[in-house]
Every structure is written in structure tokens, then in C-alpha cells.
Design a protein around this ligand. Structure first.
Ligand SMILES: NC(=O)c1ccc[n+]([C@@H]2O[C@H](COP(=O)([O-])OP(=O)(O)OC[C@H]3O[C@@H](n4cnc5c(N)ncnc54)[C@H](O)[C@@H]3O)[C@@H](O)[C@H]2O)c1
Length: 254
């Protein structure tokens, strides 16, 4: 494995299936990782595994939609590792998917919750991490979006809107702070399997979904982490302002 992230400090906000894979990859490539999640115990468990394998990681309880909680995670990064070079904003609320409603039936409290966590939360994470990156004179921000932001669906309208909002935020950050050394990009995953996904999905449905993907399989967290590591690294220094799909060819956007 390459060690492109040696000396960098990265906050991964959201430590579920994909977030855990991000943290593992960034640490394997030499970064010191602060991994935060609403489920602080889960984040700490992943960080302990990373540390047990010789990596540098600390896990913490984080509500990425709450300013004080984000500020505390940033302070933890600075106190533990001396600064911050990267943010991967990865957490999400999936509540409107659970509701199964279209735009006519979507309860507004669910709409508000999804936008508050996914759109406003990513803005707050940006606001609290950019100042630390400016102190370093460089930084990389990666936002996890979804194919839902550009592929139509009959459900999950708030989720899709919240992810599209993240694309606009990313472009703002790339344009505003590019001259000061900060890059910003979005990764839009296709369907990504992990333990939680496999626990609820019918294997026959998974097989059928995989057959519709040009590369013939669903994605895994490591597929997202592979691109994340490039974007966090200096090898990615000419990539900014982009929405990059990692979906096995499922969307093939122009
Ligand atoms: N798995 C997929 O197929 C897929 C596809 C497209 C996009 N995504 C995106 O990938 C990202 C990760 O999703 P995942 O599949 O790993 O799901 P996941 O449920 O395993 O992980 C999401 C994590 O976010 C955490 N979280 C929720 N609200 C939070 C908050 N306010 N503050 C901090 N943490 C919070 C949850 O506790 C959970 O651990 C999400 O942004 C999701 O929209 C996933």
C-alpha cells in the first residue's frame, strides 16, 4: 500500500460502512485520523482496530449537524495531532428513504431533518475545518454524496436535494478557497455494500442489482476509500471542484 498521506491529519465525519473504510485507508496510507460518529462507541471501536494494526486514529462521538460537537472534534484533531489537513464529510440521514413517500406525501419534519443533517451539517463541518486548513496553507475536503443527486427516483426527494446541495457547497469551497490552497471534491457512490446493507438486503435483490451494473458487481467501502485517498493526497493536487462518481459505470454522466 502506498503511503501518500504521511504527516496529514484527516477528520472523517461519519463512521458507518463507508466511513470505516475511509478511516482505515487513510490511516494505512499514513494519515492520523479522527473518526467521529453519532455512535461514538462504534467510531472508537474502528479507531482502536486501526491503532491495533499500527495506525494512528482516535474515535469520538460527533454530531455533524451541531456546531459545538464539530468544534470539539476539530479541537481533538488539533490537540491529538497538531492541526488538520483534510475533512471527509461522510455522514447522512436517510430518514426520507425510510418513509417511502414522494414529494406529495413527504412529512415536512422529515424533509427538515434530512436537510438539517446532510446539507446544513456539511456546511457547518466546512465552516469549522477550513480555518484550521488555512493555518496549514493547504487542505482537501471530500464530501460523500450519492448517485441520487443526479439520478431520478420516485422516492427520497429530500435525500437527493440534500446531496445536490452538497455539490453546490463543494463548488463554492473549491472556488473561494482554491487560491488559498484548499481543494474540494464530491464523491458520488453508486450502491455500496457493507455489513448494515447486507443485513437488510435480500441476496436475490443484491444479485439482480449487481447484474445491472456494467462492471458486474456492487461497490464496497474500499472502492470509495481508494478515490478518497487520491483526493486527500498531494497526487490529487490538480483535482478540485469535481463531482466524481464511483459506481461501476452505473450512471455514466457527461
Ligand atoms: N451505501 C450506499 O449504497 C451509498 C450510496 C450512495 C451514497 N452513500 C453515502 O455514503 C455515506 C455513508 O453511508 P453508508 O452507506 O456508510 O451508511 P451508514 O449508515 O453505514 O453510515 C452513515 C453513518 O452516519 C452516521 N450519522 C448519521 N447522522 C449523523 C450525524 N448527525 N453526525 C455524525 N454521524 C451521523 C450514522 O451513525 C452512520 O454511522 C452517506 O453520506 C451516504 O449518503 C451511500
Amino acid at each position: 500500500m502506498m503511503r501518500r498521506l504521511e504527516g496529514k491529519v484527516i477528520l472523517v465525519a461519519g463512521a458507518g460502512g463507508i466511513g470505516s473504510a475511509l478511516a482505515r485507508r487513510y490511516a494505512t496510507e499514513g494519515a492520523a485520523v479522527v473518526l467521529g460518529d453519532l455512535d461514538g462507541a462504534a467510531a472508537q471501536a474502528v479507531a482502536a482496530e486501526i491503532a491495533g494494526e499500527g495506525g494512528q486514529a482516535v474515535g469520538t462521538s460527533l454530531d455533524g449537524s451541531q456546531e459545538a460537537s464539530i468544534a470539539a472534534a476539530v479541537a481533538l484533531a488539533v490537540a491529538s495531532y497538531g492541526g488538520l489537513d483534510g475533512l471527509h464529510a461522510n455522514f447522512a440521514s436517510f430518514r426520507d428513504g425510510e418513509s417511502g413517500a414522494d414529494v406529495l406525501g413527504l412529512p415536512l419534519d422529515i424533509y427538515d431533518e434530512v436537510m438539517r443533517v446532510n446539507a446544513r451539517g456539511f456546511l457547518l463541518c466546512t465552516r469549522h475545518t477550513v480555518p484550521e486548513m488555512l493555518k496549514r496553507g493547504s487542505g482537501s475536503i471530500v464530501y460523500t454524496s450519492s448517485g441520487a443527486a443526479h439520478m431520478p427516483d420516485v422516492v427520497r426527494v429530500a435525500y437527493a436535494m440534500s446531496k445536490a446541495a452538497g455539490h453546490a457547497l463543494m463548488r463554492h469551497v473549491a472556488k473561494r478557497f482554491g487560491p488559498e490552497g484548499i481543494r474540494a471534491n464530491v464523491i458520488a457512490p453508486g450502491v455500496i455494500r457493507h455489513a448494515k446493507f447486507d443485513a437488510v438486503m435480500d441476496p436475490a435483490v443484491v444479485t439482480a442489482m449487481a447484474e445491472r451494473i456494467p462492471v458486474g458487481r456492487l461497490g464496497e467501502g474500499v472502492d470509495i476509500a481508494a478515490l478518497g485517498a487520491l483526493l486527500m493526497s498531494d497526487e490529487g493536487s490538480f483535482i478540485s471542484g469535481q463531482v466524481l462518481s464511483v459506481d461501476g459505470g452505473g450512471s455514466m454522466r457527461l
